[in-house]
Design a protein around this ligand. Structure first.
Ligand code: XMP
Length: 516
């Protein structure tokens, strides 16, 4: 089945992902490709429409990012945004120059041609967000101006060629009617049906995986998090027993996680999981190590070794493994560096980054066009439990980077207990899904306390809870005092070995979310 797709070509704008998001909000499928994508790749999508994104460069610079100029002759309607407008003007015979007045921030646009399909239903003046230093001075033949600001041209169109373009950014919230403009393009101009739903996505993806994999065998490293679980579930739906998931207990998982992940994914959803309890192997390697980066390297290296062993075993049983599933998401793939070429940066997931090359595996990345919230929608539609879908991010090196100093089995057990209390209380307060991450950290700081008639001398737990969009920046969460009080009193009373609880009130930057 063909999915109606709007192709977005990325010229390096920080807003490109927002264009895709706005389109998905309309239940229309879109995909972002680097501007250097070959014409054949773009045409393979049979695009319903093509959008040229903004970008930081000047179109007349020698090293300006460029797309195959044949895209300007594609039959699909085209919308240029900012740099996209300059690209169209420059390459179709018009003139772009450095503007005498640069426009950054809020601006008012007057719509000169209210009959333009792109501005349908809009008032004669609209508030927009501008971010440009160049302007179109002369328009190519057949184009007309459709909108202006007091300084410059703000919109152009050539209906015959089915090309529209705006100087401002309709994709950002600061352009309040921007969503309507995108809606006009997608529905009125491109004629999209707006029927892209999770079910539709699942159906298409499952069919594609089936066709791609054939009779081959596939492995997947499960972390228990939402991305790898949903990716595995899609492949499971497609090829069932040809998929084997590997779930490794590295000894620094959260309390009961080794069991609960198996319950959720194997018992409830039927995934074929090989669960490997390698905790002793990891913990013995971690003994005596206090340096954070060394801990990370040990865990990463050990994970690859364990995974490799298991994969070899599976390969022996199945006659060979050809494919590796990864839960790569759209924001992981699309970096602004995509203007440098189609070689996209792929984030290494769950420490299996080096594995595809090492084992000569081909990749299946069913989520690489999606955002996290869309992945959750897909997971929900496949009946996956909220425990899995709503899980807060958890670092690959696990509790090892939350135990400051040496990681010992006793310290892991202490932190697991304290962490469990933090998570339980945050959930009970109805805050778990509103917080990016919430957890406990074990500090190797001993202090004196008193319990009953006895003096204690024990460890300190730090509680950390942060709000964040993507983990890149974070604000410490102002947890209600009542919740902090319950967490503190439960940890000190229930976890023998911790007698003091502190709350971390550091944002990122300058702090980091994890303590190591
Ligand atoms: P920081 O501590 O750098 O964390 O503010 C940002 C986000 O990344 C997660 N994190 C990691 N994830 N391996 C991972 O898979 C790691 O080594 C790692 N270090 C940090 C962290 O939990 C937060 O969401």
């Amino acid at each position: 089945m063909d999915t109606q797709t709007i192709v977005i070509l990325d010229f390096g704008s920080q807003y490109t992902q927002l264009i895709a998001r706005r389109i998905r909000e309309l239940n229309v499928f879109s995909v972002v490709l680097p501007c250097t994508a070959p014409l054949a790749e773009i045409e393979a999508y049979k695009p319903l429409g093509v959008i040229l994104s903004g970008g930081p460069s000047s179109v007349y610079d020698a090293d300006a990012p460029k797309a195959d100029l044949h895209i300007l002759d594609l039959p699909a309607p085209m919308l240029g945004i900012c740099y996209g407008l300059h690209f169209i003007v420059h390459h179709l015979g018009g003139k772009v120059r450095t503007a005498p007045k640069r426009e950054y921030g809020h601006a008012e646009v007057t719509i000169e041609d209210t009959s333009s399909a792109l501005f349908a239903g809009m008032p004669p003046t609209i508030q927009v967000w501008m971010s440009h230093g160049d302007e179109a001075l002369e328009l190519p033949q057949g184009f007309r101006c459709t909108a202006i600001t007091s300084n410059a041209l703000a919109g152009i169109a050539n209906e015959e060629r089915r090309i529209w373009a705006v100087q401002f950014h309709p994709e950002v919230h600061h352009t309040p009617l921007g969503a309507q403009l995108i809606r006009n393009f997608v529905f009125n101009i491109c004629g999209a049906a707006g029927d892209w739903t999770p079910a539709h996505f699942i159906e298409t993806t499952v069919a594609n995986i089936r066709a791609k994999v054939g009779k081959g065998h596939v492995i997947c490293g499960l972390s228990g998090g939402v991305d790898s679980s949903v990716a595995a579930m899609l492949v499971h739906k497609a090829i069932g027993p040809q998929l084997t998931c590997i779930f490794v207990n590295n000894g620094v998982l959260r309390k009961n996680e080794f069991i609960s992940v198996q319950k959720n994914l194997r018992d409830k959803l039927g995934l074929n999981i090989v669960a490997v309890d390698a905790s002793e192997r990891f913990l013995s390697k971690l003994a005596g190590v206090t340096d954070p980066e060394t801990k990370r390297k040990i865990i990463g290296g050990e994970f690859i070794a364990v995974f490799d062993d298991e994969a070899a075993r599976i390969a022996e049983q199945t006659g060979g493994v050809e494919w590796l599933v990864q839960g790569t998401l759209y924001p992981d793939v699309i970096e602004s560096s995509s203007v440098k070429g189609p070689s996209q940066t792929i984030k290494s997931h769950h420490n299996v980054g080096g594995l595809p090359e090492l084992m000569k595996l081909k990749l299946i990345e069913p989520l690489r066009d999606l955002f996290k919230d869309e992945v959750r929608r897909i997971g929900r539609d496949m009946g996956m439990p909220e425990d899995v879908l709503g899980r807060q991010p958890f670092p690959g090196p696990g509790l090892a980077v939350r135990i400051l100093g040496e990681v010992t089995p006793e310290r892991v057990a202490l932190l697991q207990e304290a962490d469990e209390i933090v998570v339980t209380e945050i959930k009970a307060a109805g805050l778990y899904n509103k917080i990016w991450q919430s957890f406990a950290v074990l500090l190797p700081v001993m202090s004196v306390g008193v319990m009953g008639d006895q003096r204690t001398y024990a460890y300190t737990a730090a509680v950390r809870a942060v709000h964040s969009e993507d983990g890149m920046t974070a604000d410490w969460a102002p947890l209600p005092h009542e919740v902090l009080k319950r967490i503190s009193s439960r940890i000190v009373n229930e976890v023998r070995g911790i007698n003091r609880v502190v709350y971390d009130i550091t944002s990122k930057p300058p702090g980091t979310i994890e303590w190591e």
